[in-house]
Design a protein around this ligand. Structure first.
Ligand code: SF4
Length: 341
């Protein structure tokens, strides 16, 4: 597996000084070429802030306080996205990375037709294309996402919610980027439409070979559509594993809670357990492990020290799983270790 995007020690604050809110703290994450990496967590866990920071779309008072975002382009030396000039950044976005946001109605221009919005992308980034080439390519893109080309003249309000979201996907694919970030792309849609769009997105991924960072609070979708899953809580990654491993035996109590909050995809029915309490107020994050007030397995050390993300070793040969939990440190917890079962 070769990386296409590598986030190293990335931290983001809202505000400055003593009152700064640490929304993302020292996150390390790798998106490999051609894979779907799922990022899950409750609202306010820092998922979207991370996506905005890595694409330099973070609005004030958001501030990147440290780290690197390395883009490993095709046949190019890695470049740090955080160091790009405004001109380089403009080219990086759309050409190398594109985002499908939640709520297409907020992202599409309500007074422009679909054709005109697709045309704008080509006029800005491919000025050498003729009008005819732009029209042909726009029609191809719509067909690619399952919309008839005769809807090119439609305004966003004349399309259904599912079609608008497909138009957003078409726009993201317009310049054939290597990376697509999907930030809760189907949350506003009904479950049938949600599934259709995600299945289509995965078919396009197979066909076109791009990588996907799929952000959602719905871990059951990630289990089905991602190759690997990273779980965020209070601005930190608390567990990373292959999707199947995460589903079969999540190691962090928060991951277990998230998985227990959604109905099982396969096998017998089981009661939904949920997670007690609420996500922390990021202005007053609990000491030590920020999950400790809600954790059914918390013990003394959890209140004192923040657990670091460490690879699990000796657990069914699984070396691709990382967990940030003191249960994984037997000397501290007196527990045999989360992976020892
Ligand atoms: Fe629970 Fe402690 Fe592990 Fe945090 S470190 S998840 S509080 S057991």
């Amino acid at each position: 597996m070769t990386p296409v995007l590598e986030i190293r020690d990335l931290s983001v604050d809202y505000g400055q000084g003593a009152g700064a809110v640490h929304a993302v703290s020292s996150v390390n994450l790798v998106l490999n070429r051609g894979e779907v990496l799922g990022l899950a967590g409750e609202s306010g866990s820092g998922k979207s802030t991370l996506a905005y920071a890595m694409t330099r779309l973070l609005p004030p008072p958001g501030l990147i306080t440290g780290g690197e975002v390395l883009h490993h382009g095709r046949d190019k030396e890695p470049v740090d996205v955080l160091g790009l000039t405004a001109r380089q950044l403009r080219s990086f976005r759309w050409n190398d990375i594109a985002i499908v946001f939640q709520g297409a109605m907020n992202s599409l221009n309500p007074v422009s037709t679909v054709a005109s919005q697709l045309d704008d992308i080509y006029r800005a980034h491919r000025p050498e294309m003729s009008r005819g080439q732009r029209s042909k390519r726009s029609a191809e893109l719509l067909r690619l996402v399952g919309i008839s080309a005769d809807r090119l003249g439609a305004y966003p309000h004349q399309l259904s919610g599912g079609m608008r979201q497909r138009v957003m996907i078409a726009m993201a694919l317009a310049l054939d980027p290597e990376i697509i970030i999907m930030d809760e792309p189907t949350t506003a849609l009904d479950v049938v439409m949600q599934r259709q769009i995600l299945e289509q997105m995965m078919r396009l991924r197979e066909e076109l070979g791009f990588s996907v960072l799929f952000i959602t609070h719905d871990i059951s979708l990630l289990v089905e559509f991602s190759d690997r899953i990273a779980i965020m809580y209070a601005g930190r990654i608390v567990e990373q594993a292959a999707s199947e491993d995460m589903y079969r035996s999540s190691a962090h109590p928060y991951s277990k809670g998230l998985l227990g909050s959604f109905p099982a995809l396969h096998g017998p029915r089981r009661p939904l357990t949920g997670i007690p309490g609420s996500p922390p107020d990021m202005r007053t994050v609990p000491s030590g492990c920020p999950f400790h007030p809600r954790c059914p397995s918390a013990f003394d050390a959890c209140e004192r020290e923040i657990p670091v993300l460490e690879k699990l070793s000796g657990t069914n040969g699984d070396s691709s799983r990382s967990v940030a939990c003191w249960l994984n440190t037997p000397s501290l917890s007196g527990h045999p270790g989360v992976g020892a079962t």
